[in-house]
Design a protein around this ligand. Structure first.
Ligand code: FEO
Length: 173
């Protein structure tokens, strides 16, 4: 059983993961509306991965005998000035999620909750990847705005169209 402070913080994180899912689904819709189907595909899969992150916390709370308390999720923005601005937004958002995961780790340490501390290490590693992915695409988009414009943008779009969803592997019984 987790203590109340840890449980409240994880319930809050479930909200942030679901907000992330909502945000990337909104980005996906926006990319679709401007004809960038590859970007739309990439963000739709990102939205599914964020829902999986929320469920990972959700299942963890249940496994510790805690009560999941779902919270109100704010509406995300629905449009951006450009793909570059959208990825700046995404990169900043992922950095804020990293800060939230780090706070959870600190609470687990303070509360001497070793099981939660261990579970959180998956998210610590995942955030390195999440920030790196957003940053790498942002850097490509910056190059597009400096140099050859649309041709390169459509090349990136083609690349992002190739992303496929990998469902999380269920833990062995
Ligand atoms: Fe679940 Fe992108 O952080």
């Amino acid at each position: 059983m987790m203590n109340e402070k840890m449980l409240d913080a994880i319930n809050e994180q479930i909200k942030w993961e679901l907000y992330s899912s909502y945000l990337y689904l909104s980005m996906s819709a926006w990319y679709n509306s401007i004809g960038l189907r590859g970007f739309a595909n990439w963000e739709r899969i990102q939205a599914m991965e964020e829902r999986d992150h929320a469920l990972k916390f959700y299942d963890y709370v249940l496994s510790r005998g805690g009560i999941v308390e779902l919270q109100v999720i704010d509406a995300p923005p629905s449009s951006w000035e450009s793909p570059e601005k959208a990825f700046e937004f995404q990169y900043a958002h992922e950095q804020s999620v990293t800060a939230k995961i780090n706070s959870l780790v600190e609470i687990a340490q303070e509360e001497r909750d070793h099981a939660t501390y261990n579970m959180l290490q998956w998210f610590v590693d995942e955030q390195v990847e999440e920030e790196d992915n957003a940053h790498a695409i942002l850097e490509q988009l910056k190059a597009v705005s400096d140099e050859t414009g649309k041709g390169l943008l459509f090349m990136i779009d083609k690349d992002l169209a190739a992303r496929v969803y990998h469902p999380p592997v269920a833990p062995a019984e």
